[in-house]
Ligand binder design. Structure first.
Ligand SMILES: Cc1cc2nc3c(=O)[nH]c(=O)nc-3n(C[C@H](O)[C@H](O)[C@H](O)COP(=O)(O)OP(=O)(O)OC[C@H]3O[C@@H](n4cnc5c(N)ncnc54)[C@H](O)[C@@H]3O)c2cc1C
Length: 307
């Protein structure tokens, strides 16, 4: 094995300076739950590793005022917020319960204590669990470099399997997520082979804005799918099938059918493409039925992986 140079960043400017010089040949190390495995298995052999795990400024969870009139407030999450941190934070649970719910399904307590939101996003696996939630939440990625700050919408962040819009001289610094509005209902459904320590076979994140006067009527929908295409994707056809409609049996059936028009799943060791097609319909039906119930508003079903 080639020797690898490790630089432990002592501050954010130090990290950005290092990436400006050596970004092309550097792998960033956060919790290491993906990267260390890839290095040990020889799938990734970076000449340099930049350890950012001590940068406390990237561990913040902070509510920020709305950007303009009528806009929702925003939750700023540092890239080093761990999955446990997201699950346990009262701010995340209150303002972005969908993200807390998705993070609760990741790995095991040990993995959730080490693995970070930033690492999950930059790994960009089609099966990453925080990604459908962040996509349905219309999150924005804040990329930092010596040149300044650049924001990329989550829907444009993934450029292909395991590739992102991040430049090699950039660090993912923060994730900005609009806070939940009172009319919002959300849930994350993950189908996997076991209840814990299992990568998703199919996952769906739902965020619906419901009508205050007609509690089963959906005004707006944001729905994202995991492990059903080369990257996590927004399910635009499903969203259109439910927006402005009563969530009755007919609408839900149409929405489940619409899901098939946007997925391009593959066969792998966990499931066949055919099984994934059947399961996305089942999860879309199940999620919409659950959210049609007004009692679902604000309910946080943490860690309820579907089987
Ligand atoms: C046993 C096991 C079970 C798992 N189960 C799940 C699961 O159920 N669901 C799931 O989604 N994932 C799962 N994972 C994958 C992994 O834990 C997550 O993807 C985790 O969030 C990665 O975060 P990390 O901090 O450990 O990233 P690292 O391993 O440190 O980094 C991952 C990648 O992101 C880059 N990176 C990290 N942070 C930044 C940053 N701030 N800026 C720029 N680049 C950065 C690294 O260079 C690397 O390419 C599992 C892993 C293991 C080992």
């Amino acid at each position: 094995m080639r020797p690898l140079e490790l630089h432990i960043a002592t501050s954010l400017p130090d990290a950005l300076e290092y990436l400006a010089h050596y970004g092309e040949e550097t792998a960033v190390l956060a919790g290491g739950t993906d990267l260390i495995i890839r290095i040990r298995s020889g799938r990734e052999v970076p000449p340099r590793v930049l350890d950012i795990s001590r940068l406390s400024e990237l561990r913040v969870i902070r509510e920020e005022p709305p950007g303009g009139p009528g806009a929702a407030s925003v939750l700023r999450l540092g890239a080093l917020v761990t999955h446990s941190g997201a699950v346990e934070s009262p701010q995340t649970r209150t303002h972005v319960p969908l993200l807390a719910e998705a993070c609760a399904t990741i790995g095991s307590p040990q993995i959730r204590n080490l693995g970070t939101l930033g690492g999950n996003c930059v790994t960009a696996s089609r099966a990453g669990d925080s990604l459908p939630a962040l996509m349905a939440l219309d999150a924005e990625m804040v990329l930092l470099s010596l040149a300044g700050e650049r924001r990329v919408k989550m829907a444009e962040f993934f450029t292909g399997p395991r590739t992102t819009a991040r430049r090699r001289d950039e660090l993912l610094g923060h994730i900005l997520v609009p806070a939940r509005t009172p009319d919002e209902r959300s849930c994350y459904l993950k189908l996997s082979q076991r209840k814990a320590l299992a990568i998703s076979v199919v996952s769906v994140a739902f965020r619906l804005r419901m009508d205050a006067k007609a509690p089963r009527r959906c005004n707006q929908a944001a729905i994202a799918l995991g492990n059903l295409a080369p990257t996590v994707i927004r399910a635009r056809a499903v969203e259109e099938a439910v927006a402005g409609r009563e969530l009755d049996e007919a609408t839900i059936a149409r929405a489940a059918e619409a899901a098939l028009s946007e997925v391009s799943p593959r066969d792998d060791v966990r499931a066949s493409a055919e099984y994934r097609r059947a399961m996305v319909q089942a999860l879309v039906r199940r999620g919409l039925k659950r959210l049609a119930d007004p009692a679902a508003a604000g309910r946080l079903g943490l860690g309820r992986a579907e089987q």
